[in-house]
Design a protein around this ligand. Structure first.
Ligand SMILES: [Zn+2]
Length: 148
């Protein structure tokens, strides 16, 4: 197959797109609209989606990286329920909640993520929860997390 002349690659996460008006930020805007609709399965998972997107776009979301790392590691490595993770963070007012054993984030990604926002397609409700988990785990792994 001959690649489209419009094929381009995200410089941050490596996702490849076939049309110039298709890119990670455009897809994230679509996902944010679903998240903010407060409908399921998207609404309750906004925090995880934002964290995965931030970790995979570290130049764009530099200020959110430590919190994104903390949140996803606590959910996917330590096995804490997402609503408890976000509740504990609010209660701790920006500090690391007591009892959390989260290693410091690596200074930079160790490899490109195996799953990007492009792999989530149109965020179909039937498959979204599982695909979001895969995306989150890939984001963690790309920063060197073990056991996600
Ligand atoms: Zn990207």
């Amino acid at each position: 197959m001959i690649p489209s002349p419009n094929t381009h690659r995200c410089p941050e996460c490596g996702a490849t797109y076939a049309a110039l008006d298709d890119h990670c930020a455009a897809r994230f805007d679509v996902l944010l609209a679903l998240d903010h609709s407060h409908r399921e399965p998207w609404g309750s998972r906004h925090g995880q989606a934002f964290a995965a997107y931030a970790l995979q776009h570290p130049a764009t979301h530099a200020a959110s990286l430590d919190r994104a790392w903390l949140v996803l590691r606590q959910i996917y490595v330590s096995g804490m329920a997402p609503d408890r993770v976000f509740g504990a963070l609010v209660a701790a007012r920006g500090r690391i909640p007591p009892g959390w054993d989260v290693p410091a984030r690596a200074a930079r990604q160790v490899h490109a993520p195996a799953v990007t926002i492009a792999d989530l397609g149109d965020f179909d409700a039937a498959t979204y929860a599982g695909r979001l988990d895969d995306w989150c785990r890939a984001a963690l792994a790309s920063w060197g997390a073990v056991g996600a």
